[in-house]
Design a protein around this ligand. Structure first.
Ligand SMILES: Nc1ncnc2c1ncn2[C@@H]1O[C@H](COP(=O)(O)OP(=O)(O)OP(=O)(O)O)[C@@H](O)[C@H]1O
Ligand SMILES: [Mg+2]
Length: 232
């Protein structure tokens, strides 16, 4: 099967700060994989390297069959990479609907339309014309998720979607993430919430100090060992 994302010995930088120290991993088309690890180990930098927001010093990054050299967020979105960024990044001066429509800018055709997003998250339809920030954390996460789906991605990257959400809301998100991924979209779930990881993915990579430190399958994984990778 072709790879959705492939990193080979990637070194990445912010200015002179060397953050990724030889990261290698591979995620197949349609696969569901988690990237876990403590705060500051470089998880978001993996995303930023794909988007060109961190500088690729050496190594190779392939996204959806294309070699990424000088990436820009928009061109990577056109390839079919959908990002739900850490912190959600909802535009505060736009309405919910306008925020969702931003996600359709890559102009990729597919199942996801405004109507389908509203079917998935009916509360967003009710509140379509309110400002993006007049929402609870869970609702903001729905907007960030819906915005990424509006680009009809072949690979969806979610960076800590459960951050700051109540457990019951995380449960709802887990169900939606699983149902979307089950339709064949590859999923990269960056998370510290192992309950969500166990429900949403089949495989995991652990990052430590800017490298991949371990990997495995969720089925049969020692959950205490996984906890030890992310506990402070
Ligand atoms: N824009 C930036 N400029 C310089 N250094 C940065 C920048 N963004 C992150 N860093 C540093 O790079 C390292 C990795 O950060 P990164 O955000 O990738 O970690 P993370 O694993 O996503 O952490 P968290 O779980 O807290 O989100 C950290 O030491 C961080 O301070
Ligand atoms: Mg992060």
């Amino acid at each position: 099967m072709s790879a959705a994302i492939e990193f080979d010995d990637v070194h990445a930088y912010y200015g002179g700060a060397h953050v990724l120290h030889g990261v290698s991993f591979s995620i197949c088309a349609g696969e569901r994989v988690a990237l876990i690890g403590r705060n500051g180990v470089g998880k978001t930098t993996v995303v930023n390297t794909m988007l060109g927001l961190a500088r690729l010093g050496s190594g190779s990054v392939r996204v959806l069959g294309r070699q990424i050299n000088r990436a820009r967020p928009f061109t990577v979105a056109r390839l079919g990479l959908g990002i739900v960024p850490q912190g959600r990044m909802i535009m505060p001066n736009l309405t919910i609907e306008e925020n969702l429509l931003l996600g359709s800018a890559p102009r990729r055709k597919g199942r996801w339309t405004l109507e389908e997003i509203y079917r998935l998250f009916p509360i967003l339809k009710e509140r379509a014309h309110t400002p993006g920030t007049a929402l609870s954390g869970g609702q903001q996460q729905m907007v960030a998720f819906g915005r990424a789906l509006m680009g009809n991605p072949d690979c969806l990257v979610m960076d800590e979607p459960s951050e700051g959400l109540a457990p019951v809301i995380v449960d709802e998100m887990a169900a939606v993430i699983s149902s979307v991924a089950a339709e064949g979209t590859a999923l990269v779930l960056i998370e510290q919430n192992l309950g969500l990881v166990r429900r949403a993915v089949d495989r995991y990579y652990v990052m430590a100090k800017g490298r991949i430190a371990a990997e495995g399958r969720i089925a049969g994984a020692d959950i205490h060992a996984l906890h030890s990778y992310i506990a402070i």
